[in-house]
Design a binder for this molecule. Sequence first.
Ligand code: PMV
Length: 366
Amino acid sequence: MVTANDFIPAPYTHSIDQGIFQWSAPSNIALVKYWGKKENQIPANPSVSFTLNNCKTITQLAFAKKQNQDPSTFSFDLLFEGKPKEDFKPKIQKFLDRIEIYLPFLKDYHFTIDTQNTFPHSSGIASSASGMAALAVNFMSLEKLLSRNFGTEMTDEYFNKKASFLARLGSGSACRSIKGNVVVWGNHKNISGSSNLFGVEFPNKIHDNFSNYQDTILLVDKGEKQVSSTVGHDLMHGHPFAEKRFAQAHENLDSLIKIFESGNLSEFIKIVESEALTLHAMMMTSLPYFILMKPNTLEIINAIWKFRNETQIPVCFTLDAGANVHVLYPEDVKEEVLTFIKNNLVGYCQNGQYICDEIGFGATKI
Ligand code: PMV
């Protein structure tokens, strides 16, 4: 079994003075939700997600060996869409603190991190998953150069595993954004290779019904998150239903293994919608308690149920820890569902905004 110590590198074989990388990493949408964690970003239950394709963070990492700067601190500038963004820095600083032991070169360089998202700023779409994933793969590119060996290169498998491992330490769900198209994070007895330390591509058969699966994200409330993930995960400590919920996630993942194989969309819908409502139920039944759905979230859910009943089109919803609704459906009903969204759901979105996305394949080097 892989342990965290396996990601502490051997002494580097190369030195490099400066350079620049650029990577994009996508967001992901969980089907079985991660909600609740233990120390060191270990999830309380396994989760599985679709990697997205269009909602991405693009991050450029420029690095230069420190000259006369303090060797005992991290040195970095952070730009968001080309402009300095001081308020993002503490999160990055914390991330660097957590990953330093696994990337011992971090204090040798000054970094300029220049990052942008393809989705609108403050859309209520979490950028921490794509953002931390994009930064992690950039750092791995540098480590790959530093650890070249005669005739042998770091394998893609190790690169991706460690990138996911690092991303997890930035934001748990970020570890599911390195690869596509279906990623599992967290030990599950029936998913070989699954780990609490990093995300792995779902190893079993996936039916064609899920190829190019669509996710249209309806922006119901673009405001700041009412509850940060950190606070939210913490609410599961001592939560009266926590243990039952964690066990249920294991069972739901078991069911999904069969559903992915058979392509049974009505069973898929049951699990996915139940997971979304359970996530919100956990928040409603914690202390303090929160309602993160808005009236329009419920309007949309009811409209989706009515449409599905009337047409038998296998469209369903899922939710993150917020009011926005992810509308999930197979590619072959795209036209009908988009017409339904335009005619019946856009009115519930803030400024009529929604984002068309679909299942994707993970981080890419630019
Ligand atoms: O990665 P975090 O700590 O922001 O947690 C994300 C949790 C959910 O998005 C609500 C669920 C999930 O599995 O992505």
